[in-house]
Design a protein around this ligand. Structure first.
Ligand code: AR6
Length: 260
């Protein structure tokens, strides 16, 4: 009885929290929604009044604020940040969006893994996917066995929010023909998503971590490839997100997207 009651209360509180967050997200510009959703999910909490009722709060260094006021404060600080809020670019009725964050938290239908040709999930993005998505992803990779550099294969998303992981094999810097291989890895990921009929997917900056590919060149190649694909190919994709790890990477991708 006690356990059941606690479960009911917990479910009710989660529902209230989700409803509040959804209301707030409706009101903010679309370009801020992904970043705000991630932050709210991580930090917003439901507080109970002593005499019943509840309200949603968000933590700042100087204390907790009710959700509405917190959102205004976040938007103000983003406006003052160099580069501003994450940006979007329209391609006909489709959108390319840039956000900063952890790709394993994205709720797009697929996320892309920066994989190796043996499909062994090592560090970086792959390590985060392995840790958060559970063992089935690596098991499915083992069954597939591997693919060529520039190739992309699909597995389940395991316990991730995304239903699928698309494992794209980028080049190691210095191995030769790197630019074309990165273009192919990007293109093949877009093709795999299209074959599955997906509407949204998120890319990391493939090859720019352990594989050492220069970030500015990666931004140019990956963004150009996605923009051209959305403009020219018949695809189910409506929204392609680049999820960049640092503010610096986000700024670089923003600058590049503006120039294309
Ligand atoms: N979310 C978004 N971006 C991230 C995350 C994350 N959770 N973690 C790192 N990055 P990397 P690669 C950024 O090393 O260079 C593995 O061992 C990171 O800052 O993940 O293609 C694989 O198994 C960088 O900008 O991929 C392969 O063997 C970018 O994601 C090999 O590394 C890519 O960094 C692949 O190396």
């Amino acid at each position: 009885m006690q356990g059941e009651l606690e479960k009911w209360l917990e479910q009710r509180e989660r529902k209230i929290l989700e409803e509040h967050m959804a209301q707030v997200l409706e009101q903010v510009p679309p370009s801020c929604r992904d970043r705000l959703r991630d932050l709210l999910r991580q930090k917003a909490q439901l507080r109970r009044w002593e005499h019943g009722g509840s309200f949603v709060v968000f933590p700042f260094d100087d204390g907790w604020l009710p959700l509405d006021r917190a959102v205004v404060r976040l938007m103000e600080s983003w406006c003052q940040e160099k580069g501003g809020v994450p940006m979007e670019k329209k391609v006909g009725d489709k959108v390319v969006a840039l956000v900063q964050g952890d790709i394993t938290e994205m709720d797009t239908e697929a996320i892309v893994n920066a994989a190796n040709a043996d499909l062994i999930l090592g560090g970086g993005v792959a390590g985060a996917i392995r840790a958060k998505g559970g063992p089935e992803i690596q098991e499915e990779c083992h069954r597939i066995g591997g693919t060529h550099v520039g190739g992309a294969v699909v597995t389940t998303g395991g316990r991730l929010k995304a239903r699928y992981v698309i494992h794209a094999v980028g080049p190691r810097w210095g191995e030769g023909d790197e630019e074309e291989k990165l273009r192919q890895a990007t293109l093949n990921s877009l093709r795999r998503a299209t074959e599955k009929g997906l509407r949204s997917m998120a890319f990391p900056a493939i090859s720019t971590g352990i594989f050492g590919f220069p970030k500015d060149l990666c931004a140019k190649i990956m963004l150009e490839t996605v923009l051209r694909f959305l403009a020219e190919e018949d695809t189910s994709l409506e929204r392609v997100v680049f999820c960049l790890w640092s503010q610096e990477d986000l700024n670089l991708f923003q600058k590049t997207l503006q120039s294309l």
